[in-house]
Each structure stands twice: as C-alpha cells, then as structure tokens.
Design a protein around this ligand. Sequence first.
Ligand code: PEP
Ligand code: MG
Length: 578
Amino acid sequence: MSLALTGLGATSGIAIGRVHRLTPGELSIPEYHIDANAVSSELERIERAFERGEQFLAGLLGRMESDLPDTARDLLQAHRLILRDPLLIEGTATRIRRERINAEWALVQQTDELQAEFRSLDNDYLAQRREDLDQAVGLVRRELADQPAVLLSTHIAHRLEDTIVVAPELGPADMTVLAERSVAGLITEHGGPWSHAAILARSLEIPMLVGVHHALDLLEEGEPVILDGHYGAVLAGEDESLLAHYHEKREAGRRRRIDLQRYLARSSITSDGQPFVLTGNADLLPEFQRCRDAGVEAVGLMRTEYLYLNEVLPDEDSQYQAYRAAIETMAGRPITIRTLDAGGDKLPAMLAFAKGPNPALGLRGLRLSLALTDLFKQQVRAILRASMHGPVQILLPMLTRCDEIHQARGLIEQCYRELQAEGLAPDPDIPVGGMIETPAAALAADQLAERLDFFSIGTNDLIQYVLAIDRSDELVNHLYDPAHPAILDLLSRIQQAGLRHGRTVTVCGELAGDAVTARLLLGLGLNRLSMPPATLPAVKKSLIEASAEDCRQIVGRWMTTTPQDSGQDLLEQLQRGR
Ligand code: PEP
Ligand code: MG
C-alpha cells in the first residue's frame, strides 16, 4: 500500500475498485459590463439558462421516477424549486438591468447575497440549504457556459461496478446518475455524514466516505483503492496481500449478511424460551418494503422529519399520501407514526425562527408542535385520515410534562371531530404514546403512563440528556456509555412503570439495533425493540442465542455492585453470555 487517507464513513461497508476522478472543472466566471442595448439579450440568456437547468432536473426525474428513493426525488424537486425562486431569478435580472453587468456575474452576486443571508442565520439545516443553492445554481452556470449538466451522465463510463468515484462533493442529481450506473463506492473531499449525499448513500446502500481532504490531489485516475467505511479509511496503491484481505473481508461481510437472513424466519424466542418482539424503524418507502420483507410484525418508529425537508412545508394532503403509502406497504401491520420532532439538529428552513441559543434544550419536538398548533393539527389530520387505510399509532416526541400530553390529546380529539364532521371515519381509538427520552419523562414515567397508551424509549436522546453529552459533538463522543449506572437505572424504571400500568414499552433508539446492547436491554426486561431493517437479522440471531435469565443476572449483578470495570466489560460479558 502506498497511501492511506482518512475521512468519515457515511456508510459502513467496503468497496474495492479503481479511482475515477470526477472533476466537473471549475467554470471561469466572466465579469464584464454591458451596453444598454445588450440588456435584453442578456436577460434572455439568463432566463433560458434557468429554464434549461430546470428542464435537466425535470428530465432526470421523469427518466428515473420509479427507481428513485423518495429522498432523491425530494432533493431534485427542491433543486427545481430553487431554480424557480423569484428571489434568485428576479434578483439576478434586476442586477443585469440596474448594474448593466453580464448574466454570469449577476448570478454570482445574487447567489452570494442569498448565501450570506443563510449564513447569518447560523443553522446546520440552512448550511445544507446553502449546499442545495450552490448545486442548483451550478446547473444554471453550466448552461450559461454552454457546458450543460448532462456532462456527468454522458462523460462517465456506463457501468461503474468496479469504480470508486472521487469528487469534491456530490449533489443529489450526481448521486442519482452514479447509483444508476451501479457505482462501487464514493469519496468526497467535503461534506459531513448528514449531508444529503451521505443520506442518499445510506438509503442506496453505497459505501461512502466524506470529508477526505485533498483526495483529488492525492488519488490518481485508475489507481486501485480500498474504501473501508467502518474505519473511515481509503487505502490506495497496489498491495496484493491487503487487497486479498479486503476481498475476503468484503466477501465474509456479504456471506454473513446472507447467512443472517435465515434468522428472520425463526421464532422470536430466546434460548431459555422467553419471547421477544422486533419491529422496524422506517422513514422512506423502500425501508417500509424492507421491513415488510423482513417479516416484522410492525413498524415501531416512523420519523416524519424528512417530510419537512423541502423549501416549503408539506401540506395535509401530501403527508396523508406519504402515510397512506407506508400503511399500504405494511399491509395490516401497525405503524407508529411519530409527530414532527423538529428542533435540535434538524430544523426545517421554514421553521428557522424557532432556533434558540441551545437547540437541544429549546423548542424541540412536541414543544414546537404545541407552539404551532395549526402545523400540528395538519399533521394529525393527515395521520387520522391515513388511519382509515390500516392500523396506526401516534407517538409524541420530546415529552417532559403531563400537560403536554393533555394538550396534544385535546388537539388530536379536535382533528378527529373535524374529520367526522367532514364525513370521514378515522380510527376512533387511535393509540397515543410518548417518547421517553428526557430525564424528566423517565423519572415521571408513572404519571405519564396514566395519560399515554404506550411508551417508546429514545435511547439516543435519553443518553444525551442524562449524561450531558451533545450527540452531534464528536469531542464528547467517547463519553457515550449505555452501561452508565444512571442510564441502566432509568431504563429499568421506565420498564417497571410500563409494567405497573400495563403499557407496552418499546426501545427505538440505536441501542436496540446493536446485537450486544440488545442483550443489555433484554437483561433489563426490555424485550420489544425497534431498529433499522438492515440490523434486524443480527439482532434477532443475538437474542435467539441469548438466555434472557443470564442477561438479567449479568445486568443485575452489574447494577447492584459498584463496578470497578468500564461499561465495556459489561458488554463483553453480555456478548459471551456469562
Ligand atoms: C432517540 O432519541 O433515541 C430516537 C429514537 O429519536 P431520534 O434519534 O430521532 O431523536
Ligand atoms: Mg429522540
């Protein structure tokens, strides 16, 4: 091996192939003043460029509509909306008229101004919108330079099965074309694991590393590389033994995944005869399909934030269509739809005004919904209408107080009555549950249980709030400790409160989707787990092979003695089963 580069794995997984450098080539931006009599032709040029850019996206959408995951479709639509935005189009035209400058220059100035406005709001979500704006405007610039955006799809080898594409960054349109050509892996110099491209790579299951600085300078066209998403590493150069090792590792991963599939057909019973229930987490339609194919008995968590990612907030009807499609895919198996959990690190642009000085402790989740009751009612109406097509439960995120449940239930009741008055017949007994993911909710679980029909434990946030570690801050990631006595104590309390009040308790945070921490949860009596469909087979195998009683004893011993060892030891004991 001659070179090792590091970045962040947007997806785990290994890709092996040869480098194809995707350098769209920086377009030079001519800047010049124009005569008064050239203004109208310059206006025509820019108008045509906007139209062509939009037509390119429309064509892409039309060609691949049925193959695209929802996220890709939504992003391309968002880019189309940007290219129709009057602020951008009119603002550029006004500059051409007023300042008598050429179209390219006017476009750059107008984009810069919009970017500056976004930047001044200092918000992660808007940082993403800046990326979208750049990508959409990039299409128009290509049109102005007579180098239309079809470049990417026409200049690239048709099949990319053995190719690892390296690019400065990738937009949704690029991702769509690359996925269509079955690219083996992706490396970008910029972008984080929550960029749109990374989200798409995960939903398309393409190994990808982001933030690999100077990758284009350091990797040569055609050079053999290994991409290890798990360790966030790119290993370049001819090294037969390393290559053989990774071929074997990739094959072993593939065999393991295939082998694990057989556990899906087995009964959900531990080795000592205790039943457990595994359900799926799904947001996008392909994930619901995977849940159904995996034979889960329900979807335990549908996050709905992704519906709100576009430039405009979704209306009741588009939400209803999304929920209905999910319900129909699950064909009679219940879906727990969580109401909007905006805030924290995911705040739609349209709700940017709700960002406070500390978003994780701000107007997040149900708090925001109760501050914007029209928005909440619109979502509830959509869910209730969808309930006419199959079983649904409503889940309220980020609870801390009983009166929040009271208010939410009041609004749900109002929506129900409105729909009835409109002649519709939604499910009158739709269960309403709550996310137990704040210390307050965990400690007041008994009181909350009296007002809720079920509990869903969000371990991602519970750990964040109890251990005071921001889940998006890599500097404190090492303090993330599911075996911390405070976490174990609270999880056990929540489970007991659920039991006392006859409420089902499902764990839907990341702890549920890991083969070892699933045993930890089992040891606490938490035997209903909801997880991304890709992790179902490994978790099921782990629980089938575990003894619930042994897990209970290991965890009980750990909680009653003062452990000298780190939480890692507890996890190792659980993995060994003793
Ligand atoms: C959680 O907090 O564990 C959870 C499932 O919700 P999210 O990750 O969406 O905050
Ligand atoms: Mg949460």
